[in-house]
Design a protein around this ligand. Structure first.
Ligand code: MLT
Length: 265
């Protein structure tokens, strides 16, 4: 897999090399670019899918200093991957934490953005109680390792329907969550210190698709309705019976929505 060094950090990325529109896929927490496997399989030969591993995740460098993790760092690493791949115009698609990074990407590199896909995400910064929860999670990972969060996160990330009817998806997500403790702690730091992006919504003047699982427990569907209402001309796609990881829980529905959007880009 290709890699590029951004500000001294080695960033791994996947590049499907397809001939169609380019799409940057930004991963959720605590997963990595592997989470986009279903989309690479179904769409990679038609479109140019590029998916970086943020620092601390997948095969990118593990950076121990949590203060270096931020949405701006992640956006710069994604831009570094695009530059390395020779792509200058791209649809930016982020799921959850990837969506937070997509807002940072929009703020810094909007001239390269042909469209946005905001999946299972929110524009608001963390509320104080959420910051406290993330601090406790950082302590737990510091003491016991990432496994301290696995079962709780699996319960929150996937809908009840997925957990009961699709055990293979539960196992897949459990495997995808296998990332280093430093990545967990760093990404939690980046999420709890991320800025509010609500004011940016009115500046978005590119085609935008908002996708959300009907039963998303982490970024509930009403937050996506809010994104849709505040982003002029955007489209909202609610995927039934699905939780937070919509691209893995219903890959066909997610890929069909993404494919339709990319075909029109
Ligand atoms: C994610 O899926 O990226 C995270 O759960 C988002 C969050 O905790 O805010």
């Amino acid at each position: 897999m290709p890699e590029v060094t951004v500000d001294g950090v080695r960033i791994n990325y996947r590049d499907s090399g397809g001939p169609g529109a380019a799409c940057l896929l930004l991963h959720a927490f605590p997963l990595d670019s592997e989470m986009w496997e279903p989309q690479f399989e179904s769409l990679g030969e038609r479109f140019r899918l590029i998916a970086p591993d943020f620092q601390g995740f997948g095969q990118s460098d593990v950076v121990e200093d949590r203060s270096t993790y931020s949405m701006d760092t992640f956006a710069a690493q994604a831009k570094g991957a695009l530059d390395d791949a020779g792509v200058s115009t791209v649809v930016v698609a982020g799921l959850s934490m990837g969506g937070y990074a997509a807002f940072a990407f929009w703020r810094s590199y909007r001239d390269t953005v042909a469209g946005l896909v905001l999946a299972d995400t929110r524009a608001e910064a963390d509320a104080p109680e959420n910051i406290e929860k993330r601090t406790s999670q950082q302590e737990a990972v510091g003491e016991k390792g990432p496994g301290a969060l696995t079962d709780g996160l699996l319960g929150a990330l996937l809908s009840e329907s997925t957990r009961t009817k699709k055990p293979e998806v539960v196992e897949q997500v459990r495997n995808f969550m296998d990332n280093p403790a430093a990545g967990y702690i760093g990404a939690l730091e980046a999420m709890k210190t991320r800025p509010d992006s609500v004011a940016d919504l009115a500046t978005i003047n590119v085609p935008t698709l908002v996708i959300v699982g009907e039963n998303d427990a982490i970024t509930p569907a009403e937050l996506s309705r809010m994104l849709h209402e505040h982003i002029a001309g955007s489209t909202l796609n609610v995927i039934p019976e699905v939780g937070h990881l919509s691209n893995l829980e219903e890959p066909e529905a997610f890929s069909a929505a993404l494919s339709g959007f990319l075909s029109a880009s």
